[in-house]
Write a protein that binds this ligand. Structure first.
Ligand code: R5P
Length: 303
């Protein structure tokens, strides 16, 4: 591995520190403050940079602010002499707006990727993109690493304590079927999905009628994001109404907005587990080892 420096932004959730430790690389932290009008100020505590630098900045709330900080970090790294910049963005915000659902809408994630490239990034590493087709919007290498095996490892050992018989992995929508299949393979379990319908104007979700083989089984719902918790709550209620014994939820990005945690627990979910792409009380699984692996790929692309 070539010599690199890991630089942690204001929204790195300590992944920068863990990555520097794993890579045995030099580590610095961006100096950061807010101006009185709330604009972000960033400063590198070094006069110059050389070679390939790894910037870590996740785009959890406040997403827009963290995004502007990421752009400032990338552009300034190049100004300071970095030859290559790898932007490590564990949670890529705006990913759910990856197409026009209604005429005239922005394809938000496409615009974000364009801006990251224009700021000077040579490669992006992220974790569990909302959809794989997002990769096609990026004109620089965009490496999407999966946290599914780390999450399911946690579920297997810390929640199921190795008892994986009688488990069903459930995707709360058809789009997440591949993720559920992967999780089920790791557990040696069955998998299925719920047919979810989301009203594109109100955002409200409901389940369409569908057979679910959940009776007397332990159900693990797996999703990429828990935002308001509506999707997981719906899936949990569908499973419990059909006789599931216990329901747990695993997700990569725990946004948990508007009382989502309470909503999901109230729907009957016994435990929620997520990764540390976003700080939250349930962010127990570390994505850094996966990012380190993705880095080997990234370096091949750009060096
Ligand atoms: C949607 O397609 C995603 O995979 C998640 O299911 C969704 O973003 C979760 O949102 P919420 O928690 O607000 O239902």
């Amino acid at each position: 591995m070539i010599k690199t420096i890991v630089i942690g932004g204001p929204a790195s959730n300590k992944i920068d520190e863990k990555l520097a430790e794993l890579l045995k690389a030099e580590h610095i932290k961006i100096e950061h403050k807010l101006f009185p009008d709330d604009e972000s100020y960033i400063r590198y505590p070094v006069p110059k940079l050389t070679g390939t630098v790894l910037l870590v900045q996740s785009l959890y709330p406040p997403q827009d602010k963290h995004f502007v900080e990421l752009l400032l970090m990338i552009d300034t790294a190049k100004d300071l002499g970095a030859e290559k910049v790898i932007a490590i963005v564990p949670y890529l915000a705006y990913s759910r707006q990856d197409k026009k659902f209604l005429e005239g809408e922005a394809i938000s994630v496409k615009t974000l990727l364009k801006a990251i490239e224009s700021a000077g990034a040579d490669c992006i590493i992220t974790v569990d993109l909302h959809s794989e087709k997002i990769v096609e919007y990026s004109r620089i290498p965009l490496i999407n690493t999966s946290a599914v095996s780390a999450l399911i490892d946690y579920v297997k050992h810390e929640i199921l304590h190795g008892a994986t018989e009688n488990v069903l992995v459930l995707s709360p929508d058809k789009g997440g079927l591949k993720r559920a299949r992967r999780a089920a393979e790791i557990l040696g379990a069955d998998f299925d999905y719920i047919e979810k319908f989301r009203d594109r104007v109100t955002g409200e979700v409901r389940a369409l009628p569908r057979e679910l083989p959940v009776e007397d089984r332990v159900v693990i719902i797996i999703d990429d994001i828990i935002s308001t918790g509506g999707t997981i709550a719906l899936a949990a209620r569908s499973a419990l109404d059909r006789g599931a014994k216990e329901v747990y939820a695993a997700c990569t990005h725990a946004l948990l907005v508007r009382g989502a945690y309470e909503k999901v627990r109230k729907a009957g979910v016994k435990k929620i587990v997520a990764t540390n792409t976003i700080p939250s009380p349930v962010s127990e699984v570390d994505v850094t080892p996966g990012i380190k692996e993705a880095l080997n790929k990234a370096l091949k692309f750009i060096v």
